[in-house]
Design a protein around this ligand. Structure first.
Ligand code: HEM
Ligand code: SF4
Length: 571
């Protein structure tokens, strides 16, 4: 049966109810096509274990269906109790691991359909939700997780929650289906912001504080940056139109970085964001989902048109020109830091964001013990690490000892490349993965580190990211070097993003096999070593010596660097 148009499924879903409740009542292992689309709005993707797909098919068995459930955690902020609820769910319903997502959420993989309601209930009882973690709505609102005790840092977290509440879908479908089971049919139900068909596509909002671009602000539909002259918060510069998904070979699709739109007073930020969302709601492409993100609307209509639409919908808001902003790094503050109130915070590196007990490195046991013994509050970072905070200086050595006991490496035992590298989930759970990513990156980094040691570049800061397909969930397109899956063992190699997240990379080599990657990185780093000036970083060297090619985007993502270079300038 042909897949139905997602717009039709949404429109006919009675505010995202569809047949989910009826399907849950049946003892089947999986949902039908329409409900799979609707389930995303409730925070769950239907998947299957791809490691066993082929053999089950051969044996004439159905796929091994499993659900991924994503918790929405605005600003990545969670209590130790909420952490422990996820920890227990991972055993009771999931595959025994918790995945920190690159948008400050948690995912539990491997949940069976029959356990879905119990799992979602527990998450809600802990004060969090999965509602709107996926789907065509405003998803988890990100904010810098750095727990410094300043008015600006506190406000970004407050704003993340305000936005999250303001833009949550109002349909009662979620509580009916998962929580109280009551279907209230006689009261009219409104979806004042989203209407009957919700947004054309997912919508992402993030907030970062300069100079640390940990949230990768320019990859969001809306990026917000506070302005605080003399430490007093005044307002936010608003960026619009970032987004990374693309499809190999389809030049009408490409990544884009957000552009500055305006500066808004703090009191008007929610209204401005609402206005932006409604412009996308009313004008975004609902015919072609591949062109439905707001970046394409802005590209098609122009930023000036977009600004005019926004201002006409936000009458009375006080706005002015965007403020100048300087970014330095996308990195997390790993290791120990002062918080500014006499206490400390600690950034703990988590390999690929996967909280698991892996041989001698036992992240899951360590974090469970920390929550039970110390009860520190937690922040999830956009680079898939964990910050523990509100730590008294006297507790420091005990925390260090506990982490060491569990084999968790400290920052001084990790190269800069290892500290910052990031991979998306990909196989075996992601239905869209074309190649390995999370499972491949650690081994690949071993080989890349070897190359770097060999070249005397062991501790150079080079940002490496990897994804299993071009959707780009680990934000590959602004990394120094990225590998994006094309087919099993084969990757497109992108080069030329920057350490501060403000420059897009371009396609460097159409296809490299997994085995060829260390050699390809060596060739590039040899060029860097031979031509860098002084202690210039890889990012700076690339920016000084290369342009992204004569042809403007979107060719940058689809045509190899060598071919772009061969096009004469000005043509
Ligand atoms: C058209 C584009 C995209 C599609 C269809 C898509 C689809 C998916 C799917 C199916 C998963 C589940 C994988 C699993 O857990 O097994 C996933 C994970 C995720 N995606 Fe995307 N994605 C897209 C683009 C993006 C982009 C551009 C970002 C952020 C920059 C993003 C952020 C995430 C995050 C945070 C996760 C959770 C796991 C992780 O951290 O890697 N996605 N996506
Ligand atoms: S980038 Fe592709 S393979 Fe990786 S998680 Fe996203 S959709 Fe799946």
């Amino acid at each position: 049966m042909a897949k139905r148009n997602v717009e039709d499924i949404k429109r006919e879903s009675r505010h995202l109810r569809g047949g989910i409740a009826d399907e849950l009542a049946k003892g089947t292992t999986h949902f039908g096509e329409d409900d799979i689309q609707l389930l995303k709005f409730h925070g769950s993707y239907q998947q299957d274990d791809r490691d066993v797909r082929k053999e089950r098919q051969k044996a004439g068995e159905e796929r091994a269906f499993i659900m991924m459930v994503r918790s929405k955690i605005p600003g990545g902020r969670l209590t130790p109790e909420q952490y422990l609820v996820h920890d227990r769910c991972a055993d009771d319903f999931g595959n025994g691991t918790i995945r920190i997502t690159s948008r400050q959420g948690f995912q539990i993989h491997g949940v069976l359909k029959g356990d879905l309601r119990s799992h979602i209930r527990r998450i809600n009882e802990s004060g969090l939700t999965t509602w709107g973690a996926c789907g065509d709505v405003v998803r988890n609102v990100m904010a810098t997780p750095v727990p410094l005790d300043t008015p600006v840092h506190r406000d970004t977290q407050t704003l993340a929650r305000e936005l999250s509440e303001a833009f949550a879908a109002k349909s009662r479908a979620y509580s009916e289906i998962w929580l109280d089971g009551q279907r209230v049919t006689d009261e009219p139900e409104e979806e004042p912001l989203y209407g009957e068909v919700y947004l054309p596509r997912k919508f992402k909002i993030g907030i970062a504080i300069p100079p640390r671009n940990d949230v990768d602000i320019l990859t969001h539909d809306i990026g917000l940056v506070p302005h605080a002259p003399d430490g007093e918060l005044d307002g936010y510069t608003v960026f619009v139109g970032g987004g990374f998904g693309m499809t190999h070979g389809k030049t009408e699709t490409h990544p884009a970085l957000a552009q500055p739109l305006l500066y808004a007073a703090r009191g008007d930020v929610v209204a401005i964001c609402r206005a932006i969302i409604t412009v996308q709601r009313d004008h975004g492409d609902r015919e072609n989902r591949k062109r439905a993100r707001m970046k394409y609307l802005i590209e098609t209509k122009g930023l000036e048109w977009f600004r005019g639409e926004v201002l006409s919908r936000a009458e009375g808001a006080w706005v002015s020109d965007p403020k100048p902003i300087t970014w330095e790094t996308v990195e997390d503050p790993l290791g120990w830091h002062e918080q500014g109130d006499g206490r400390l915070f600690l950034g703990v590196w988590v390999e690929d964001g996967r909280i698991a007990d892996k041989g001698e490195r036992r992240w899951r046991s360590a974090f469970r013990a920390i929550c039970e013994r110390f009860g520190f509050p937690i922040r999830l970072t956009p680079n898939c690490n964990i910050l523990l905070h509100d730590i008294e200086p006297a507790q420091r050595s005990e925390v260090d000892a506990l982490l060491a006991e569990h084999g968790i490496p400290t920052v001084d035992h990790l190269t800069r490349v290892r500290q910052t590298a990031m991979a998306c989930v990909a196989l075996p759970t992601c239905g869209l993965a074309l190649a390995e990513s999370e499972r491949a990156l650690p081994g690949l980094l071993d080989r890349i580190e070897e190359v770097m040691r060999d070249l005397g570049l062991a501790d150079e800061p080079i940002l490496i990211r990897m994804t299993g397909c071009p959707n780009g969930c680990a934000r590959p397109y602004n990394a120094d070097i990225a590998f994006v899956g094309r087919s099993p063992e084969k990757y497109a190699m992108f080069v030329g993003g920057s350490a501060d997240g403000c420059r897009l990379a371009g396609l460097h080599t159409h296809t490299v096999t997994a085995d060829e990657i260390p050699g390809a990185v060596r060739a590039l780093l040899e060029e860097f070593r031979a031509n860098r000036r002084g202690s210039e970083t890889f990012s700076a060297w690339w920016g000084r010596t290369q342009t992204s090619g004569a042809a403007p985007h979107p060719e940058q993502f689809h045509v190899e660097l060598a071919a772009r270079r061969s096009v004469p300038q000005g043509e």
